[in-house]
Design a binder for this molecule. Sequence first.
Ligand SMILES: Cc1ncc(COP(=O)(O)O)c(C=O)c1O
Length: 370
Amino acid sequence: MKKNIKYKSISQFEPSFGKEERVALNKYMKEGGWVTEFKKTRELESMIRNYTGSKYCFLVNNGSVSLLVAGLACGIGNGDEIIVPNFTMIATPNAFRLLGAKIVLVDVEEKTLCLDYNKVVSSITKKTKAIVLVSANGRYPSYDISKLRNLCKKKKIFLIEDSAQSLGSFYPNGSHMGTEGDIGSFSFSPAKIISTGQGGAIVTNSSKLAKKIMLLKDFGRRSGGNDVHDFFGFNFKFTDIQAVIGIEQMKKIRVRISKKKMIFRKYKQFLMCNKNIQILDNPLKDTAPWFVEIIAKNRTNLVKYLKNFNINTRLMYPSINSQKIYKCRGDFPISEMIAKEGLWLPSSIDLKKTDIKNICERINDFYYKQ
Ligand SMILES: Cc1ncc(COP(=O)(O)O)c(C=O)c1O
């Protein structure tokens, strides 16, 4: 072990905001905006619409709320069954559980960590109301997305895309993730491709769902400035302060994505010969990886070893069926394997090539030179 080396602490992820965001915020405050959701929010919605090619976009508080609103718009409630991958962030099942739905967990594919199609088919019942496809780390499933969409159409089931991690990622047919289902959901929390601190977006091409979402977001009233509520709704509004930041982040999205791709390529290059780990691959032509994911032998000791050098990692999600509130047994070999061996390596957008080289050298030392 190279005991003397201590790097400046390398986080698993850090947000990246620049001068542009500071200048834009200053300008906005000087101009006396109302801070709450208004013109800047509309501007960011329009940028996301243009970027993803979706007809409608609504900004909301975060990527958990966007799933909740998606569920409300689809009329999900008590007694409905929702098919959710067993490998995902807890917000995915929780959003639908909050609506009283029963969560049906299904395992994921080994290569993509997206829903296993055959297991989805065998989990559908008369009560299934929606299937939630999570594009894990920007990946699309191995099967064509039209296969899942057609299945949903045939069975009259909603297809909700939880694309929280996937802004900047596209299907091979060129459509942006989140736009192939009935509703797509994005998150702008600090680790994501763009961030507004907290924040989420809902996209849809359905005017019927868009109308419902608009009402749900604003207390169920048809327009602002009055207190007539013909429909049920709540307050899921964004703020222009966040939008000002988001607009600047969106202006830089291409650079941000190319940095993420560079990080991924460098890790692959430096870890290629290490037989003790496997990098979960990403089709970089189409997708923008959010984090670098590895399956690591002897994960616990690797994490400790890297920590000695101030290199911070993060265990990939425990399988949902192992979480106390969803405890159940089932046929989940892939998500359970990821829970045991999956590790997120430092993946901040501003990570330097030299950092990546150092991290990989330490990983290789751990397996081969200790
Ligand atoms: C797949 C997935 N869904 C939902 C969420 C929740 O998003 P937020 O943190 O913005 O509520 C996340 C956040 O990381 C996520 O990764």
